[in-house]
Design a binder for this molecule. Structure first.
Ligand code: NAD
Length: 338
């Protein structure tokens, strides 16, 4: 049995707490939050099951705790994670891993030094539809992937500290890196603030990968529709993953262009023909992705294995975000990703 403590049980933290609480091979022992109302709510919901505190040191000093889950705002992630890792606890930290590259590197070093698991909440990597897509990519179903694009918009939670880039795009960046199996080399971003000064509500991010592969992300919390959609365009097939669909989340299109040859007065001309083939809707076992993510953390601890979204993966995504922020500040100038 893995004993867990969690810091931060706000809007998202509540979901993590519920999932960890319901897993069989771990116990959510104690929850810390600085907001009394949040703690009272936890006490009422998990009566007798989860201890509450407003002091993080109660988690750090608890010898029974194996791991700490961090779901506070990103500005605090590094501080809490390094403290927990240094106290010999495994750490699950929400995305983004941190707000600057140096902090993330310190977190990774602390995990290595203390031989503890550090996992970042790149939730979509655990989504059954994304797993399915990755399988197809590995089989070569799409042929050469030309480009991907994703839309993550709604009339949603407006953040005060982070802009839409930092708040919304980590998932799309992590999925692009995962599916393409490579890191982007350059990023360019445009965006605008409408609701408050200097906090961009909408961003358009373009990532450039090797071999002309491109990925585009439109993210906004100021939009009439809630859309969570990825499109992959390959030389052989195309796919759309629509997370707003309740059942048929993934569609594989046998669409594209083929080259054909036509006799023309003794010579052959090549020309493009449109291919409009079948649409395949693969069956996907729908389990809550967050449950799978939480289970992956527990399994990584139990088996001492590297999580899919480990600290290095968190750092890769953070490097993209940091370069993207630079680009945003310079009106969309392309910025190389180190
Ligand atoms: N994986 C996802 O899909 C997803 C979705 C939303 C948010 N998130 C991430 O989850 C994290 C939390 O986001 P949220 O929307 O729940 O924010 P939130 O503001 O609703 O909740 C944060 C909670 O942390 C508590 N807190 C903050 N500082 C604290 C401190 N020093 N000590 C104790 N408690 C403290 C606050 O009281 C609050 O209850 C962020 O990193 C965010 O990016 C992830």
């Amino acid at each position: 049995m893995i004993n867990l403590g969690q810091i931060g049980a706000g809007l998202w933290g509540q979901n993590l707490l519920r999932n960890f609480y319901n897993l069989k091979d771990c116990r959510m022992k104690i929850c810390c939050d600085k907001n009394k109302a949040v703690l009272e709510n936890i006490k009422a919901q998990y009566s007798g099951g989860v201890e509450i505190t407003d002091d993080f040191d109660d988690l750090i000093n608890d010898p029974l705790l194996d791991a700490v889950v961090i779901a506070t705002l990103p500005v605090t992630h590094a501080r809490f994670a390094i403290k927990a890792l240094s106290a010999g606890k495994h750490v699950f930290v929400e995305k983004p891993i941190a707000l600057n590259v140096d902090d993330a590197k310190e977190m990774i070093k602390a995990a290595r030094r203390h031989k503890k698991i550090l996992m970042v909440g790149h939730l979509l990597l655990y989504h059954p539809a994304v797993k399915k897509l990755k399988g197809y990519v590995n089989e070569g179903l799409f042929g050469e992937i030309h480009y991907l694009y994703s839309t993550r918009v709604n009339l949603g939670q407006v953040r005060e500290e982070e802009n839409a880039l930092w708040s919304l795009t980590a998932h799309d960046i992590s999925v692009a890196i995962y599916l393409l199996g490579q890191k982007p080399i350059e990023v360019s971003v445009t965006g605008k603030s409408y609701l408050r000064k200097d906090v961009q509500d909408v961003v358009f991010v373009t990532l450039t990968f090797k071999n002309k592969v491109m990925s585009h992300i439109h993210a906004s919390w100021l939009d009439p529709y809630k859309i969570r959609k990825f499109t992959i365009v390959g030389s052989k097939k195309m796919a759309v993953f629509n997370d707003m669909e309740s059942t048929e989340k993934l569609r594989i299109y046998d669409k594209g262009f083929d080259w054909a040859k036509k006799a023309n007065y003794g010579t052959y001309e090549t020309f493009l023909t449109v291919r409009e083939g079948d649409i395949n809707i693969p069956k996907i076992d729908m389990v809550e992705p967050l449950k799978l993510e939480c289970q992956h953390f527990i399994d990584s601890i139990k088996n001492n294995t590297r999580p899919l979204s480990d600290g290095e993966n968190g750092l890769e995504v953070l490097k993209v975000l940091a370069a993207a922020q630079k680009s945003l500040e310079t009106g969309g100038q392309p910025v190389k990703i180190s």
